[in-house]
Design a protein around this ligand. Sequence first.
Ligand code: NAP
Ligand code: MG
Length: 472
Amino acid sequence: MIAHDGMFIDGSWRPAAGGGTIEVVNPADEQVIGTVPAGTAEDVDAAVRAARAALPGWAATPPARRAEYLTALRDALAARQEEIAATVVAELGSPIGFAQRVHAGLPVAVASSYAELALNHPFEEQIGTSTVLHEPVGVVGAITPWNYPLHQIVAKVAPAFAAGCTVVLKPAEDTPLTAQLFAECVAAAELPAGVFNLVTGLGHVAGQALAEHEGVDLVSFTGSTAVGRKIGAIAGGAVKRVALELGGKSANVILPGADLERAVRANVADVCRNAGQSCNALTRMLVPADRYDEAVAIAAEAVAEFVPGDPADPATRIGPVVNAAQRDRVRGYIRRGVEEGARLAAGGPEAPEGREKGYYVRPTVFADVTPSMTIAREEIFGPVLSVIRYEDEEEALRIANDSVYGLAGAVWAADEDTAVAFARRMETGQVDINGGRFNLLAPFGGYKQSGVGREMGRHGLAEYLQTKSLQF
Ligand code: NAP
Ligand code: MG
């Protein structure tokens, strides 16, 4: 039981202004594993003041020096990787192997990439007779979700630091222990007081106060489209910058001639990754009609290898989802799929065998899904794959683009040129070609209602910069 009762404000740990606490629950066994303070508007105000006070000094710190701090932060994250992984297992329910590789490992690489970008980014450019300065936007209010608890923090905080911005972070209420570990790493890296501040708390209290605070220049939010819409409205009203990384309903398009076995198996693994709780999950699989039955059979067979289990066991490939509400939501969508006429090829709405305790759901494959069904349109955020048939490429494209979202996608074809030609016509921010891998320097972000702005690499850095042109 961890009772870490501090919030990291202005370089030190201090108790919350109010006395409220939030319980942190292990989704695998429903036990309370810790508590953190429930911050209020008063705490947010103290944190924003600290960030504002630290801004001039940090913005004036040479980028090469900021790069050194980012390297120290990277080293601190690397030194505590095992502890971070164990914490993500305990509060999110991620399988330990995935937690080590991705939840703990990826942020180290991302921090490293921003140390390098701080060093190499041209913070001054010449355009004709003007010298254009790239200056920090100012104080950043970062609001993050629970699904990749550390990655989503680092994907905002590292570029903000590289740019010369100071930060107030409000992490998700389900995964605050990982955020506290991150703050300890910032402290270990000896960043100047106030450059980073952590306020744990509830979204509609601390999160909302942060988004509304007039001392915040940029709100960077990752989470649901519903909350993103609210934050966008608040930021628009105050004429402050906003970046929104929201949901998705990404299509995996398997074109005729593709390696069907490989494409389907990769899709099943992708949908089971992080128990389906990935904004870029490929939740719609589009298959040519003449290979449809074959594809469904492969998917049903492949998903059987994902047996829900204890996330602390290294053999487990899929753990529980994050909380009871999420479990009920996913099961509700599975029931809805059946009601609307889709056919269960694997899985279903019941608890997995022997997993009545814990927030487990059955990895599910739906066949005979039509594009108008709820399960083909809404983000489920659980291990549920909808297999949709198409007659020709034009229909495949229509179905792929028939979504309010546009975050990710994938195309499989017999050759790369065919896949790329199709990808060019997709309305989405990322497309994996024939099983292409995640690239942490590539811009990540959405078309349409999947968001505003980009994260990762130099495009992610640009979000935290504004230009000033000097004319000669
Ligand atoms: P959420 O409510 O959008 O949470 C994201 C973050 O925003 C959390 O830190 C949350 O705090 C905070 N927040 C909530 N209400 C707020 C408000 N009024 N003002 C400011 N901040 C606020 O997402 P969720 O409820 O955890 O998950 C719901 C659904 O969102 C999921 O089922 C999934 O479909 C989607 N989702 C998408 C992503 C993604 O990466 N695109 C990530 C997570 C969830 P609390 O933690 O206290 O609520
Ligand atoms: Mg919420």
